[in-house]
Design a protein around this ligand. Structure first.
Ligand SMILES: [Zn+2]
Ligand SMILES: [Zn+2]
Length: 188
Protein backbone atom coordinates (compact mmCIF):
# COMPACT_ATOMS: atom_id res chain seq x y z
CA UNK A 1 0.00 0.00 0.00
CA UNK A 2 1.30 3.43 -0.96
CA UNK A 3 1.28 5.42 2.26
CA UNK A 4 2.98 8.36 0.57
CA UNK A 5 -0.29 9.18 -1.15
CA UNK A 6 -1.68 10.19 2.25
CA UNK A 7 1.29 12.32 3.32
CA UNK A 8 1.39 16.10 3.23
CA UNK A 9 2.03 17.36 -0.29
CA UNK A 10 3.86 20.28 1.27
CA UNK A 11 7.51 19.20 1.24
CA UNK A 12 8.41 22.02 3.63
CA UNK A 13 6.47 20.19 6.37
CA UNK A 14 9.36 17.80 7.00
CA UNK A 15 7.67 16.08 9.92
CA UNK A 16 4.75 14.79 7.82
CA UNK A 17 5.98 14.85 4.20
CA UNK A 18 7.02 11.16 4.45
CA UNK A 19 5.45 8.15 6.21
CA UNK A 20 6.81 7.31 9.68
CA UNK A 21 6.58 4.42 12.11
CA UNK A 22 5.36 4.92 15.68
CA UNK A 23 4.08 2.42 18.27
CA UNK A 24 4.13 -0.52 15.84
CA UNK A 25 2.16 1.28 13.15
CA UNK A 26 3.36 3.01 9.98
CA UNK A 27 1.52 6.32 9.64
CA UNK A 28 0.90 8.86 6.93
CA UNK A 29 -0.77 12.21 7.55
CA UNK A 30 -1.46 15.41 5.67
CA UNK A 31 -2.42 17.37 8.77
CA UNK A 32 -6.16 16.65 8.80
CA UNK A 33 -6.20 13.00 7.85
CA UNK A 34 -4.12 10.19 9.36
CA UNK A 35 -3.84 6.68 7.96
CA UNK A 36 -2.01 3.86 9.75
CA UNK A 37 -1.19 0.24 8.90
CA UNK A 38 0.77 -2.46 10.76
CA UNK A 39 4.39 -1.29 10.73
CA UNK A 40 6.30 -1.72 7.48
CA UNK A 41 10.02 -2.45 7.94
CA UNK A 42 11.00 0.11 5.29
CA UNK A 43 9.19 3.00 6.99
CA UNK A 44 11.55 4.71 9.47
CA UNK A 45 10.89 6.22 12.86
CA UNK A 46 10.88 10.03 12.64
CA UNK A 47 11.58 11.72 15.99
CA UNK A 48 10.06 14.95 14.65
CA UNK A 49 6.79 13.29 13.68
CA UNK A 50 3.63 14.25 15.58
CA UNK A 51 2.61 12.08 18.54
CA UNK A 52 -0.36 10.18 17.13
CA UNK A 53 -1.78 9.23 20.53
CA UNK A 54 -2.38 12.95 21.18
CA UNK A 55 -4.50 13.22 18.05
CA UNK A 56 -6.88 10.42 18.98
CA UNK A 57 -10.29 11.53 20.24
CA UNK A 58 -11.06 11.23 23.95
CA UNK A 59 -13.92 8.83 23.41
CA UNK A 60 -14.11 5.30 22.06
CA UNK A 61 -15.57 4.80 18.59
CA UNK A 62 -19.36 4.53 18.57
CA UNK A 63 -21.31 3.68 15.43
CA UNK A 64 -19.36 2.71 12.27
CA UNK A 65 -20.53 3.87 8.83
CA UNK A 66 -19.52 2.89 5.30
CA UNK A 67 -18.11 5.77 3.26
CA UNK A 68 -20.92 7.03 1.02
CA UNK A 69 -20.43 7.46 -2.71
CA UNK A 70 -18.81 10.81 -3.28
CA UNK A 71 -19.19 12.79 -6.46
CA UNK A 72 -16.28 15.05 -7.18
CA UNK A 73 -15.09 17.16 -10.07
CA UNK A 74 -11.46 17.86 -10.96
CA UNK A 75 -10.08 20.89 -9.11
CA UNK A 76 -10.52 23.98 -11.26
CA UNK A 77 -7.23 25.46 -10.13
CA UNK A 78 -4.85 22.55 -10.78
CA UNK A 79 -7.11 20.46 -13.04
CA UNK A 80 -6.12 17.39 -11.06
CA UNK A 81 -2.34 17.79 -11.43
CA UNK A 82 -1.38 16.91 -7.89
CA UNK A 83 2.36 17.42 -7.66
CA UNK A 84 4.44 20.17 -9.25
CA UNK A 85 1.67 21.90 -11.07
CA UNK A 86 2.11 25.14 -12.95
CA UNK A 87 2.19 28.07 -10.57
CA UNK A 88 -1.22 29.77 -10.55
CA UNK A 89 0.28 33.21 -9.85
CA UNK A 90 2.86 33.50 -12.64
CA UNK A 91 1.39 30.85 -14.98
CA UNK A 92 4.69 28.96 -14.96
CA UNK A 93 6.96 31.81 -16.02
CA UNK A 94 8.48 32.29 -12.56
CA UNK A 95 8.08 36.06 -12.81
CA UNK A 96 5.32 38.59 -12.39
CA UNK A 97 4.82 42.19 -13.43
CA UNK A 98 3.89 44.73 -10.78
CA UNK A 99 2.81 48.30 -11.36
CA UNK A 100 1.82 51.35 -9.44
CA UNK A 101 0.77 54.82 -10.62
CA UNK A 102 4.35 55.64 -11.69
CA UNK A 103 6.15 52.58 -12.96
CA UNK A 104 5.65 49.10 -14.37
CA UNK A 105 8.10 46.66 -12.78
CA UNK A 106 8.69 43.65 -14.99
CA UNK A 107 10.43 40.40 -14.18
CA UNK A 108 9.77 40.39 -10.43
CA UNK A 109 10.40 36.95 -8.92
CA UNK A 110 7.08 35.25 -8.25
CA UNK A 111 6.37 34.91 -4.53
CA UNK A 112 4.16 31.83 -4.86
CA UNK A 113 6.81 29.62 -6.50
CA UNK A 114 10.05 31.54 -5.71
CA UNK A 115 10.72 31.78 -9.44
CA UNK A 116 10.45 28.04 -10.09
CA UNK A 117 7.31 28.28 -12.19
CA UNK A 118 5.89 25.27 -10.33
CA UNK A 119 4.43 24.83 -6.87
CA UNK A 120 4.64 21.53 -4.97
CA UNK A 121 0.92 21.16 -4.48
CA UNK A 122 -2.34 22.98 -5.12
CA UNK A 123 -3.50 24.89 -2.06
CA UNK A 124 -7.03 25.19 -3.41
CA UNK A 125 -7.74 21.45 -3.17
CA UNK A 126 -4.92 20.68 -0.74
CA UNK A 127 -3.29 18.36 -3.24
CA UNK A 128 -6.26 16.08 -3.62
CA UNK A 129 -6.79 17.04 -7.27
CA UNK A 130 -10.54 17.18 -6.82
CA UNK A 131 -12.86 19.98 -5.87
CA UNK A 132 -13.07 20.62 -2.17
CA UNK A 133 -16.39 22.41 -1.98
CA UNK A 134 -18.83 19.57 -1.31
CA UNK A 135 -19.61 18.52 2.25
CA UNK A 136 -21.02 15.15 3.20
CA UNK A 137 -22.80 14.45 6.48
CA UNK A 138 -21.99 11.18 8.21
CA UNK A 139 -23.48 10.70 11.66
CA UNK A 140 -22.66 13.68 13.86
CA UNK A 141 -20.19 15.40 11.57
CA UNK A 142 -19.63 16.80 8.09
CA UNK A 143 -16.63 15.85 5.98
CA UNK A 144 -15.20 17.33 2.82
CA UNK A 145 -16.05 15.32 -0.26
CA UNK A 146 -12.44 15.32 -1.45
CA UNK A 147 -11.21 13.96 1.88
CA UNK A 148 -13.64 11.05 1.62
CA UNK A 149 -12.65 10.62 -2.01
CA UNK A 150 -9.01 10.18 -0.95
CA UNK A 151 -9.83 7.29 1.37
CA UNK A 152 -12.85 5.66 -0.28
CA UNK A 153 -10.78 3.02 -2.10
CA UNK A 154 -9.12 1.69 1.03
CA UNK A 155 -10.43 -1.89 1.36
CA UNK A 156 -13.42 -2.15 3.70
CA UNK A 157 -13.01 1.45 4.88
CA UNK A 158 -15.42 2.59 7.59
CA UNK A 159 -15.73 5.79 9.58
CA UNK A 160 -16.96 6.49 13.11
CA UNK A 161 -17.56 10.21 13.75
CA UNK A 162 -17.12 11.41 17.35
CA UNK A 163 -18.56 14.91 16.97
CA UNK A 164 -18.72 18.04 14.89
CA UNK A 165 -15.24 19.29 15.81
CA UNK A 166 -13.36 16.16 16.88
CA UNK A 167 -11.61 13.62 14.67
CA UNK A 168 -13.55 10.63 13.38
CA UNK A 169 -12.07 7.15 13.63
CA UNK A 170 -11.23 5.27 10.46
CA UNK A 171 -10.69 1.55 10.06
CA UNK A 172 -10.02 -0.66 7.04
CA UNK A 173 -9.05 -4.22 6.17
CA UNK A 174 -5.65 -5.57 7.16
CA UNK A 175 -5.48 -3.76 10.50
CA UNK A 176 -5.78 -0.30 9.02
CA UNK A 177 -6.63 2.57 11.36
CA UNK A 178 -6.85 6.33 11.09
CA UNK A 179 -8.45 9.64 11.95
CA UNK A 180 -10.19 12.25 9.86
CA UNK A 181 -10.98 15.78 10.96
CA UNK A 182 -14.47 17.06 10.13
CA UNK A 183 -14.63 19.40 7.15
CA UNK A 184 -14.68 22.73 8.91
CA UNK A 185 -11.11 22.31 10.06
CA UNK A 186 -9.62 21.69 6.63
CA UNK A 187 -7.29 23.99 4.78
CA UNK A 188 -6.11 25.85 7.84
ZN1 LIG B 1 -6.16 21.70 -6.98
ZN1 LIG C 1 4.95 31.55 -9.67
Amino acid sequence: MDLKKYCSKDQTKYSIAEPFTQDGISWATNGWMIIGIPALPEVPVNPKAPNISRVAPNMEPQEWFDIPEVEVTPCKTCEGVINNFKCPECYGSGAVTLKNDFTVYEGIECGSCDGDGEVPFCKHCYGTGVDASGMITIGAAQFKANALYLIKNLPGIQISPTGEYTPAYLRFDGGGVGFLMPGKDHNK
